[in-house]
Design a protein around this ligand. Structure first.
Ligand SMILES: Cc1cc2nc3c(=O)[nH]c(=O)nc-3n(C[C@H](O)[C@H](O)[C@H](O)COP(=O)(O)OP(=O)(O)OC[C@H]3O[C@@H](n4cnc5c(N)ncnc54)[C@H](O)[C@@H]3O)c2cc1C
Ligand code: FES
Length: 265
């Protein structure tokens, strides 16, 4: 983990309130692993006081840049939205654990389940899976079509099938992305692993869909964080049978069985 001063090199808008920031950070681009995150602060700003957590979405190792996909939801993300190329951000990174992919071999098939901005950690994972010859199906869900606007970036990296779902039916099939996966599994689709990132209700139903199927799974959890490295305990998640885990240190990538989803907000 290092505290890196990084310059914004460019910004890409995907939909209103959904954009990518590309920042110059050669060491981070060279060493970060898929699933890890950064705590990002804006130089010279006192609000928000605390940095905010963002998955490293992608890297360009040649250019020495890292990409963050940001959805504007409050003061911190609005602050990032106001940045222009040339301005500086402070990145505490890399933080947390990474997705497991080293045990997968050419021809293995995996599923990626993304809910809205939960698609963020997957470009980098898809690059790693692609380099190993692993076939990855993407199940991408959102409330409405604009939530799937990142598809233009991620589609070229998908090596298997792409299936979309939206709550209002404006893109893909109407309904939940977890139902899409459930139907695929019911139809005999088998996977070596399921990777997922999205809101807590999505994790809750996905854990139910996968229960008893014997498919390994890794959920990229997003508990609100204060520090990102184990000090403030803002990010604790309830464990089955009682007690809590510290998701910034033990995660954010966790097995579904590590968390009692019924006790998560
Ligand atoms: C490990 C990790 C990786 C993340 N990766 C990304 C990413 O790649 N892209 C992205 O856009 N966001 C990501 N998030 C969520 C992001 O950190 C929050 O959206 C951000 O902190 C909100 O800050 P804010 O000041 O704009 O909003 P605030 O003013 O702090 O909050 C606005 C609203 O958002 C809610 N909120 C705050 N944090 C979260 C959260 N973690 N999950 C759900 N709701 C939240 C608050 O309850 C409130 O309702 C990630 C979170 C974690 C923990
Ligand atoms: S965010 Fe501070 S302990 Fe996890």
């Amino acid at each position: 983990m290092r505290d890196i001063k990084a310059r914004v090199t460019s910004r890409t808008d995907h939909a209103p309130g959904l954009f990518s920031l590309h920042c110059s950070a050669p060491d981070l681009a060279a060493g970060v692993r898929a699933g890890q995150f950064a705590m990002i602060g804006v130089e010279g700003r006192s609000r928000p006081f605390l940095r905010r957590a963002f998955s490293v979405a992608d890297v360009d190792r040649h250019a020495g840049t890292v990409e963050f996909l940001v959805k504007v939801v409050g003061v911190g993300t609005a602050c990032l939205s106001a940045l222009v190329p040339g301005e500086e951000v402070a990145l505490l990174a890399p933080l947390g654990n990474a997705f497991t992919a080293s045990d997968l071999a050419r021809g293995d098939r995996v599923a990626i389940v993304a809910g809205g901005v939960g698609v963020a950690p997957f470009p980098l994972l898809l690059r790693e899976l692609g380099s190993r010859g692993v076939v990855a199906d993407l199940f991408f869900g959102g409330r409405s079509a604009p939530d799937l606007a990142y598809r233009a970036k991620i589609s070229p990296l998908v090596t298997g099938a792409e299936k979309d779902a939206t709550d209002d039916g404006t893109a893909g099939e109407p309904g939940r992305v977890t139902d899409l996966l459930a139907r695929t599994l019911g139809g005999g689709g088998g996977y070596r692993r399921v990777y997922a990132c999205g809101p807590t209700p999505m994790f809750r139903s996905l854990a139910r869909v996968l229960d008893g199927k014997g498919i390994a799974a890794e959920f990229s959890t997003e508990a609100p964080m204060g520090c990102g490295f184990g000090v403030c305990l803002a990010c604790v998640l309830p464990k089955p049978g009682g007690g809590f885990l510290v998701s910034c240190q033990e995660g954010p990538i966790l097995a579904p069985s590590a968390v009692d989803w019924s006790r998560c907000r």
